[in-house]
Every structure is written in structure tokens, then in C-alpha cells.
Design a protein around this ligand. Structure first.
Ligand code: HEC
Ligand code: HEC
Length: 295
């Protein structure tokens, strides 16, 4: 105890908060952006090709083109004319967690705003710190066209979201797989336009992901033994996440962010796997895995 107190004083003298992780906002932001949060999986040029152009990091441009909408990933670099250079920190946080731009307009799909609502204040500001530190890139992205109505809002104002306790591994795993990584967004079926069945089919898959690669139906990642990942070893689940390989070793289709997930820290990967194991097992087969472009 005495030793700990002495250590605390030594740390306090260096003005490093002893209880909090000794990591700056920018370090935290860099870790999140290059691993579990992976905004670049949509906002990096080359995102759809799985070859992000990091010389123009976060400059946007990738296109989603389907019946309900045509949209483009906006430029998130600090360029004042075409990026976020003129936005305040709080305006960027509101865009991430509430899906609202400074002019009041609503950000449409596929940005996973619904889950980002649960992102902690510190992590949201860590991401802002990372975006501010990027090289400004001048790149005007075309305007989106939504042929479906956008919601008036994604819910009441988010207010303040505290840090989830990192010692509670199950809760932290849920935070990683939900608000940070939106695993559950891609892996939960939709029951009505814009509404996922989080209440009774969390993680059961069956959500179609459209892109230039075609349409991929997300698999069931609940612990069901026949239709989910109940029989998979932890190593197989981790390999799927960090290398994009199926259980049989075949390469996966896009768009899971495995190029980013390979940078997830070992402890965080364990927490994610632990959380998946805790989900209610749901029997739900995927009718098809893949529909080719135009098919
Ligand atoms: C699944 C793809 C996807 C992911 C993941 C994603 N975004 Fe987006 N984001 C988009 C698209 C597409 C738009 C534009 C939507 C529209 O036109 O209404 C957008 C819009 C935005 C905007 C509004 C910018 C503007 O100029 O209008 C901001 C800010 C933003 N995203 C930040 C982020 C951050 C930060 C992350 C990670 C925490 C993130 N996004 C994750 C696809 C994504
Ligand atoms: C952008 C959507 C998306 C996100 C986000 C996403 N996944 Fe996936 N995931 C997929 C798709 C699609 C596949 C199947 C690809 C294939 O089989 O070719 C997949 C495959 C998997 C598999 C292999 C299961 C199987 O039966 O093959 C696991 C496990 C998995 N995801 C877990 C996760 C976890 C955990 C996260 C969050 C850290 C996550 N996913 C985030 C879309 C996503």
C-alpha cells in the first residue's frame, strides 16, 4: 500500500493521472481509428477496394449506389473548404453520435449513428483529436441523394456518456462490439425499415451489405452450435476478425474491417470474444451468403 502511494506521488509529480490510462487523447484516437472503430473502412479513399490510400487519409469519396440512396463518404480531413476544418469539436461529436450536421441536416445511412450514440465522451473527443491531426486534403465529394425518408433525429440529445468500466470485461466487450465497432449493427437482422431487431435477434446475422463487390449477407455470430459460432474456437473467431478468414480458411468478402481489426489489442480481442460467447444463442440460418453485382 505504502509503495503504491509512493508510486502515486511520483506519477502525480509528473502530472500523469494515476488512475486513468496514461494515454493521450490523440494516442487513444489513433488506436481506435486504426483498429476497432475504423471510420476509415468507409471514409478512406479506396475503402471499397480494401486498399486505403493513406496519403489522403479520410479524404472520402467512396460511393454507395442502390435503390434507396446514392451517397458518398464525406471528406473528414481538416481542409476548411471541403473537409471539417471549420467545424468545432462539439459539432464533430454531434455528427458522430447524433447524426446531425452543424446546419441541422441529418446524416443518412450507412453511417452507423444509432450505435455511436453510446460512445463515451472521451472516446468521441479522442476521435476528433485524431481527425484534427490529419493532413488537410482538398477534395469535394458529390452530394448524396436519398430516395427514402431520413429520420428527423436518431433520438433525444445524447448529452454526456461516461467511460465504461474497463475492469468489467463483459461490459467492456459489449462497448467494443456495440458503440465502438458496430459489430452488432452489421450482424443483426432488420425487421422494419431502419429498425434492427436488437431486442430478440442480437447477433443473428441476415443483414445484406451492398457495395461494388455485390451483396454479402452477414452471418450469425451468436453461440448457436449449428447456425452460429458456438463450435468455433476462440482462435478461429480471432482469425476471422483479424485476418478475414472463414472457419474453413477461405477468404471473406468485404466489408468487415479486418484490415483494421488486426490492430485490436489482445485484451480487447478477448473482451469481444467473451461478449460474443455471452449472447443468447439464436438458431438462424443464412439463406445465401453472396449475391454478385447486378445479380
Ligand atoms: C458504414 C460506413 C461509415 C462509417 C463506418 C462511418 N461513416 Fe461517417 N459517413 C458515412 C456516409 C456515407 C456519410 C454521408 C451520409 C450522407 O450523405 O448523409 C457520412 C457522414 C459523416 C459525417 C458528416 C460529414 C459531412 O461533411 O457532411 C461525419 C462528420 C462523419 N461521417 C464522421 C464519421 C466518423 C468520425 C466515423 C467513425 C467514428 C464514421 N463517420 C463512420 C459513412 C460512414
Ligand atoms: C460492415 C459490416 C460488418 C461489421 C462492422 C462487422 N462484421 Fe463481422 N462479418 C461481416 C460479413 C459480411 C461477414 C461474412 C463475410 C464472408 O463470409 O465472406 C462477417 C463475418 C464475421 C465472422 C465470421 C462468421 C462466419 O460464420 O463466417 C465473425 C466471427 C464476425 N464477423 C464477427 C464480427 C465482430 C466481432 C465484429 C466487430 C468487431 C464484426 N464482425 C463487425 C460484416 C461485418
Amino acid at each position: 500500500m505504502r509503495r503504491r502511494f509512493a508510486a502515486f506521488c511520483a506519477l502525480a509529480a509528473l502530472s500523469i493521472p494515476a488512475a486513468a490510462p496514461a494515454e493521450t487523447l490523440l494516442e487513444r484516437g489513433a488506436y481506435l481509428m486504426r483498429s476497432i472503430v475504423a471510420c476509415g473502412n468507409c471514409h478512406n479513399p479506396g475503402a471499397h477496394e480494401g486498399r486505403p490510400d493513406l496519403s489522403r487519409e479520410m479524404a472520402g469519396g467512396s460511393k454507395w449506389d442502390g435503390k434507396p440512396f446514392t451517397t458518398y463518404a464525406p471528406n473528414l480531413t481538416p481542409d476548411p473548404g471541403t473537409g471539417l476544418g471549420k467545424w468545432t469539436d462539439m459539432q464533430i461529436v454531434a455528427a458522430i453520435r447524433e447524426g446531425r450536421r452543424p446546419d441541422g441536416s441529418i446524416i443518412g445511412p450507412p453511417m452507423p449513428v444509432e450505435l455511436y450514440r453510446g460512445m463515451s465522451d472521451r472516446d468521441a473527443h479522442a476521435i476528433v483529436a485524431y481527425l484534427r491531426n490529419l493532413k488537410p486534403v482538398r477534395s469535394q465529394v458529390p452530394k448524396a441523394a436519398y430516395r427514402i425518408p431520413l429520420p428527423e433525429s436518431y433520438g433525444p440529445p445524447v448529452g454526456s456518456v461516461p467511460e465504461p468500466p474497463r475492469g468489467d470485461r463483459l461490459r467492456y466487450g459489449a462497448y467494443l462490439a456495440g458503440p465502438l465497432g458496430h459489430c452488432t449493427e452489421c450482424h443483426t437482422p432488420v425487421i422494419a425499415p431502419g429498425r434492427r431487431d436488437f431486442a430478440s435477434q442480437l447477433g443473428a446475422g441476415g443483414f445484406p451489405l451492398h457495395g461494388p463487390w455485390g451483396t454479402v449477407i452477414s452471418p450469425n455470430i451468436t453461440p448457436d452450435k449449428q447456425t452460429g459460432i458456438g463450435e468455433w474456437t476462440d482462435a478461429e473467431v480471432k482469425r476471422a476478425l483479424t485476418q478475414g478468414l472463414r472457419r474453413d480458411g477461405d477468404k471473406m468478402y468485404p466489408p468487415m474491417a479486418y484490415h483494421y481489426y488486426r490492430n485490436i489489442a489482445a485484451g480487447d480481442l478477448d473482451a469481444i470474444v467473451g461478449y460474443l460467447r455471452s449472447l443468447k444463442p439464436i438458431r438462424r440460418d443464412r439463406e445465401r451468403r453472396f449475391i454478385p453485382p447486378g445479380g
